[in-house]
Design a protein. Structure first.
Lengths: 267, 382
């Protein structure tokens, strides 16, 4: 199937700004799905609120565009009700880890078979450039006119600690790696988290003088390195990319099936 | 056939009724005084191959059942005041996206953490206006276990017919009280099943295009029709739209489908209303004491009647106006500061003849409480 067959062209043009990284994530995601050869009827995409969350409107799957921060809770309901469906949940950084932080750690703890994609542009774009829990310190934002003092979460460490059984990071510069990682994340049976560093030239880039979209993407190339690379040893400030966790553990819906069997036997 | 008789709590009656209605997905979070509903279903649902999950909070519980409903399941969650407050945003989502679901609020004293193990009826207006924006809701209640059973089944039926969340407003007194419950035989209470689209695969399905009768046939997630569901104003495909005509039309559809059927949705019981000179209007646990007062006063020759409301929203204005038309005074008996009394005042022709008999201290309102208040209203003193 061609990539455009996964799109609802009826609903274009999309709302994203020129240079936004979210379209690149959509590209990587659809290429991953194409490689997996999944039927469109088998995929449910659930999102919350924000620029990134609008992705659900543009794809020809079963799509559920919900409320801010709660996408994983809705997705959990869909998944438990129909475990055979593939659940993909794209989220922004604020959506996933500020308002949605609790649902994020609990979905990870349960190891429910959902693929969470955190499209991390370190800013609230839709509401006009406020800082997020992933902005980090000394960042200029409309709610940090004197620069941020809030430390940021490390999505990878947080997901690992909470119990996710597949944890990876990539960027919009590394589109081939992104496609491959998302493909593996969807295949993984359990809760998988893929952090994709994405650029918001309109707010984050402009306010922090990082340059235009292309400069921001180049910045991802310059400031990241493959996991365990020699470059990382020489420069600890580089951010690692790759698959950090990939392990087999009992998945929540499978465990619940056993509960059903036990309960039925006891009757 | 022998009768299936149980001696149970109101919460268990609600859980049994939900199973009778076809509940097969439940998500919840522990909170007093509703926890027995969650506990009962944690035990019962897997026995019938249904799904139960304890979520991380009440917000997630409502979100999870909305998601599950979209796959074709009959769904419910239960909570109490603080949890119901947390659910308000997702409640609005279910209204906007037209997702059938049942939400039980076993009321306790509020505001805030309030009185966890004491009764109250303080969430009536929250059920109506707790979520933001113009909207309509269906909220039902009952005063005894047999009625809790039948009104719970009705909640599931109305959720399917109107594609909307239905709120069950019970309270701590009936929820924790034990009394006799006769479980009806299968088929004794008719059940409404999900109306599914007959549009075939490959033909354009419009999830938000109402039929002539106003109903919207659904297609399960995972089925052959892929469509978008959103909390934004949306067109007939479910795609976001801010086009004024679309916004105006959708809002009217959401409100009118319920408000225009207020009389049809009105469930109530009446006792001695035909020749009543004074009418009590009550609901939920308070109606038990109100009924006792009416039975007692009738023995003394007083022409007192009771209108027991089971549908609180949409408010049954027509019924209330009619029943109150020929009485000298109306006394609303409730365990809050007059939430239904305000609605009754709006419904009747002469609001000055509407009085409130209430109790708000966490103690169940007794018949003597009501009688004392009636004497005060009649100018007789206590």
């Amino acid at each position: 199937m061609a990539i455009k067959d996964y799109l609802r062209e009826r609903f274009f043009p999309h709302i994203w700004c020129p240079g936004c990284g979210h379209g690149m994530v959509l590209n990587g995601l659809l290429r991953a799905i194409e490689k997996l050869g999944l039927s469109k009827n088998e995929i449910v995409m659930v999102s919350g609120i924000g620029c990134s969350s609008r992705i659900t409107g543009y794809v020809d799957f079963h799509t559920l565009h919900t409320i801010h921060g709660r996408a994983l809770a809705f997705a959990t309901g869909v998944k438990i009700a129909r475990p055979e469906l593939n659940l993909i949940v794209p989220m922004g950084d604020g959506d996933a880890l500020a308002i949605g932080g609790n649902h994020f750690i609990h979905a990870a703890r349960r190891n429910i078979d959902i693929t969470a994609i955190v499209m991390n542009n370190r800013i609230y774009g839709m509401t006009g450039g406020q800082f997020s829990p992933l902005s980090g310190e000394n960042i200029s934002a409309t709610t940090a006119p004197f620069l941020t003092i809030d430390p940021s979460f490390d999505v990878v460490e947080l997901a690992k600690a909470a119990g996710a059984t597949f944890v990876a990071r990539t960027t919009t510069y590394h589109i081939q790696q992104m496609t491959d990682i998302i493909r593996q994340a969807i295949l993984h049976k359990g809760f998988s988290v893929v952090e994709v560093l994405s650029q918001c030239p309109t707010y984050f880039g402009r306010k922090n003088k990082i340059g235009e979209a292309a400069d921001m993407v180049a910045y991802f190339k310059k400031t990241t390195t493959p996991m365990g690379s020699k470059a990382k040893q020489e420069n600890p400030y580089l951010l690692e990319r790759g698959i950090f966790v990939q392990e087999e553990k009992p998945e929540y819906c499978s465990l619940y099936e056993k509960v059903v069997q036990k309960a039925m036997k006891g009757q | 056939m022998s009768k299936n008789i149980k001696f149970v709590q109101g919460n268990e009656a609600c859980a049994e009724a939900a199973l009778y209605a076809g509940l097969d997905f439940y998500a919840g979070y522990p909170i007093t005084p509703s926890s027995e509903i969650t506990e009962t279903l944690a035990y019962r649902l897997p026995q019938i191959g249904g799904k139960f999950i304890q979520m991380e909070d009440e917000i997630a519980s409502l979100c999870a059942i909305i998601g599950a409903s979209l796959t074709g399941r009959k769904v419910m969650t239960a909570t109490s005041g603080p949890g119901f407050s947390l659910m308000q945003e997702a409640l609005g989502y279910a209204i906007m996206a037209e997702i059938p679901c049942v939400i039980v609020d076993v009321q306790r004293g509020g505001p805030s953490t309030g009185l966890p193990t004491h009764g109250s009826q303080g969430d009536v207006c929250q059920a109506r206006w707790g979520t933001h924006g113009d909207h309509a809701v269906i909220a039902l209640t009952a005063s005894n276990h047999q009625d809790i059973f039948s009104i719970t089944v009705e909640a599931f039926n109305l959720a399917e017919i109107f594609r909307t969340p239905v709120i069950l407003l019970f309270d701590e007194v009936t929820a924790h009280m034990r009394e006799r419950l006769v479980i009806p035989q299968p088929g004794e209470i008719p059940l409404v099943e999900r109306l599914k689209t007959s549009v075939r695969e490959g033909v354009d399905y419009h999830p938000y295009l109402p039929r002539e009768d106003g109903r919207l046939p659904m297609s399960d997630f995972g089925g052959v029709h892929r469509y978008n569901v959103t909390g934004l104003f949306h067109d007939m495909w479910g795609f976001p739209s801010s086009e004024p005509g679309v916004v105006h039309g959708l809002l009217h559809h959401l409100v009118d489908k319920i408000e225009n059927r207020a009389d049809q949705l009105a469930h109530y019981r009446e006792y001695y209303t035909e020749d009543a000179e004074q009418l009590l209007v009550s609901y939920g646990s308070a109606a038990r004491s109100a009924r006792h007062v009416v039975e007692d006063r009738r023995l003394h020759g007083e022409r007192l009647g009771l209108l027991e409301l089971q549908t609180l929203w949409p408010f049954p204005n027509g019924i209330v106006r009619e029943k109150c038309a020929h009485v000298k005074s109306v006394v609303v008996v409730e365990q809050n500061m007059g939430q239904v009394m305000q609605a009754v005042k709006l419904a009747v022709e002469n609001p000055d003849k509407v009085f409130l008999a209430n109790r708000i201290d966490g103690v169940f309102i007794t018949p003597s409480d009501i009688i004392n208040i009636l004497r005060l209203i009649q100018g007789k003193g206590v």
